[in-house]
Design a protein around this ligand. Structure first.
Ligand code: NAD
Length: 355
């Protein structure tokens, strides 16, 4: 497989996208990384500050549903590799308002596929290209405690509007490979954590609440299990797939760290006790809130395919990754303070109002 050199990264101002941009630029200097991002509530240009100004980097403010814009970018930047992160990504928001999820995740992904087909497959000799689609293990549904982990052949059974929209996008990507010969790959990964994560998700929400002496909200009885993946391990998994993955294939990426939500929050409390800045409050009231409707019990990833095919293995233990993440949030108040704005506060208030 040819080396990816000129990348279009959609959703590069989001949590995983921004981490990927930094990861890629540090390991592939001299290439090209063009970010296309609509800067929704979840997009934050400040997450890309370390890349701005580098000659390899360009930021384009735009929507993935703008097919003409995407075609222009693919052509004028002679992009060979599209890495598609852009999405509406928060399950709770999809319960409150599913339309944006269908629009961005389904219609938006299809628009990108159409643009890629129009530019890369037009003419007698298709251009060297790769369309990589970043997806989630939530498309496989929910596991019971003793079920085997999800493999790439586990039947799709999405339960939330979010996971249903991601499942639909996965199917479209697959269809564009089988029908039109677009060179696609898909990765389905478990819950990510790490720097630059918007504080609506469990780990950064709890870190910031701990710093502020606020309660730590946990759904149900806290026994729901997720398989935690440090975002840098995820980025390495994607890099391996871009470099050596087979067109038409799907790869699961996991962190090998199944933990119940309550365990995660207790680990966070212990780390915060050790790292707590002088003067920060000691309150750590864990509050069990009414369960999310349709809440999946357990996700677990079987990553043996990626391990065997491309030598993937997560580099960090969950406990080390969690400590690094807390350290990052403690050091980067400049990043998260501006996010705690009216819109965010209103959302957090509304979210727990349905309980
Ligand atoms: P995020 O919500 O932090 O970022 C999404 C980014 O996409 C934002 O920068 C946003 O501005 C941008 N965006 C949204 N709609 C857009 C549009 N119409 N056009 C252009 N840009 C748009 O998401 P994330 O957590 O970084 O997730 C990235 C991808 O990884 C998503 O596809 C998500 O489904 C997938 N994923 C995430 C996780 C996780 O734990 N966070 C796990 C598995 C899979």
């Amino acid at each position: 497989t040819a080396t990816p050199e000129r990348l279009l990264v959609t959703g590069g101002a989001g949590f995983i996208g921004a981490n990927f941009v930094h990861y890629w630029l540090s390991r592939h200097p001299g290439g090209r990384v063009v970010v296309l991002d609509a800067l929704t509530y979840a997009g934050n240009r400040a997450s890309l500050a370390a890349a701005e100004g580098r000659p390899e980097f360009r930021f384009v403010h735009g929507d993935i549903r703008d097919q003409a814009l995407v075609e222009t970018l693919l052509r004028e930047e002679t992009i060979d590799t599209l890495v598609h992160f852009a999405a509406e990504s928060h399950v709770d928001r999809s319960i409150e308002g599913p339309d944006a999820f269908v629009n961005t995740n389904v219609v938006g992904t299809h628009s990108l596929l159409k643009a890629a087909r129009a530019v890369w497959l037009a003419g007698a000799a298709p251009a060297r290209h790769r369309f990589h689609h970043v997806s989630t293990d939530e498309v496989y549904g929910s596991l019971d405690a003793d079920d085997p982990a999800f493999t790439e052949t586990t039947p799709y059974a999405p339960n939330s509007p979010y996971s249903a929209s991601k499942a639909a996008s996965d199917h479209l990507v697959r269809a564009y490979h089988h029908t039109y010969g677009l060179e696609t790959t898909i990765s389905n990964c478990s819950n990510n954590y790490g720097p630059y994560q918007f504080p609506e998700k469990l780990i950064p929400l709890c870190i910031l609440n701990l710093l502020d002496g606020k309660p730590l909200p946990i759904y149900g009885d806290g026994s729901n299990v997720r398989d935690w993946l440090h975002v840098e391990d995820h980025c390495r998994g994607i890099e391996l797939i871009l470099q050596g993955g087979q067109p038409g294939e799907t790869y699961n990426i996991g962190g090998g760290a199944e933990r119940a939500n309550l365990q995660v929050v207790e680990s966070l409390c212990a780390i915060m006790d050790a790292l707590r800045p002088a003067g920060a409050p000691h309150a750590r009231a864990i509050t069990f809130v009414k369960d999310r409707p349709g809440h999946d019990r357990r996700y677990a990833i079987d990553e043996r395919k990626l391990r065997a095919a491309l030598g993937y293995a997560p580099a960090r233990s969950f406990e080390d990754g969690l400590r690094d993440t807390v350290t990052w949030y403690l050091a980067r108040q400049d990043w998260w303070k501006p996010i705690l704005s009216g819109e965010y506060r209103e959302w957090v208030g509304r979210q727990y109002a349905w309980n």
